[in-house]
Design a binder for this molecule. Sequence first.
Ligand SMILES: NC(=O)c1ccc[n+]([C@@H]2O[C@H](COP(=O)([O-])OP(=O)(O)OC[C@H]3O[C@@H](n4cnc5c(N)ncnc54)[C@H](O)[C@@H]3O)[C@@H](O)[C@H]2O)c1
Ligand SMILES: [Zn+2]
Length: 361
Amino acid sequence: METIKVNLKNNPYNIYLGYNLINKVPSYIKKLNIGNLGIILTSAKVYSLYKDLLKSTFGERDYKIIKVIDGEGVKSKKWLFKVIEEIMKADGWGKRVFIVCLGGGTIGDLGGFAASIYKRGIPYIQIPTTLLAQIDSSIGGKTAIDLKDAKNILGTFYQPRAVFIDPFFLTTLTTKEVKEGLAEAIKYGIIRRKDFFYFLKDNYRKIIELKTSCILKLISTCVEIKVKIVEDDEKEKKGIRTILNFGHTFAHALETSCKYRKISHGEAISIGMLYAGRLSFLLGKCKMEATEEIRDIIKCFSLPAEIRFDYTTLCKAMTYDKKFIGGKVRMVLLKKIGEVEVAENIALKDIRKSLKKFCLL
Ligand SMILES: NC(=O)c1ccc[n+]([C@@H]2O[C@H](COP(=O)([O-])OP(=O)(O)OC[C@H]3O[C@@H](n4cnc5c(N)ncnc54)[C@H](O)[C@@H]3O)[C@@H](O)[C@H]2O)c1
Ligand SMILES: [Zn+2]
């Protein structure tokens, strides 16, 4: 088992990574002394897949399971209040309550948010079960729910007390769900680690097949990169954490234009990273070869590298993005593989020009 420390001044914690680590989780939690009743928040699908494992691992004396719906819809006012009511019931039994988020990124975001606002904060634990959650959303303490037209609009920075990453859970994901996470892994390579970018490219087959040694290295490297960025800029105040948004301005515009349905987040950021690369080339920030490298790796993982989309709709969605300030857009641009920069004032005309070249319709 590997232990990665998150050295935050006020909220340090450990991330544990290892196959079949789940069996040891209750004893680790006990040592943290964070309470005596754990509310395990999980989705209907994860519960149906792992019901027996959850019961045998956590038992029914010190833990209570709350099942919620699958997917983004759970990050809503309705489910937040349902979860909080369940916590209140448990709290009424005179126990010290904490939350265990066991599931994908949606469960982590909802559970973390509920933990952060209930009685101005109770402890919570992350046990991520999708690749995206294991390499990204469970780390760094961003919590959120959505309102009707705005994703992640209600949220807090609230760190978990520990994160337990068990890649055993990944075996029940579909290849499409694995690829959701892989798009973010590629992003980490592009923004910070050239060697990791080539590791992904050289081992793509083993990675898609979830070969143990590759998956452990992949998760551990992504966690390391994200932890470093979070340690340097926990509350996204210094512009360092912003680099995690590489490819995301375009991706969010695409997801909004599609009303989150036709395209998944992983697919959207694949195209978004390529777009950000092309824009960077147009602005003279990087060489054409660097953008071609991004296209090649995306194709390697059979993620989409181009999009048939109406230019006008996309352009409108891009300029509605929160990074659009008074005619200028803030975006993360590519310098070379392994290095990006945050550009504060990209002119709208350049965005339009690059979009025109990029959209096939
Ligand atoms: N907080 C952050 O820093 C951060 C960062 C990135 C993304 N996010 C958020 O994460 C969410 C996306 O996370 P996600 O991709 O994990 O989606 P998700 O939570 O919806 O999970 C995807 C699907 O996989 C199922 N699932 C989970 N674990 C499984 C397993 N082991 N086997 C089979 N099925 C399983 C879920 O029930 C769900 O149906 C978004 O809401 C996004 O906003 C948050
Ligand atoms: Zn993302």
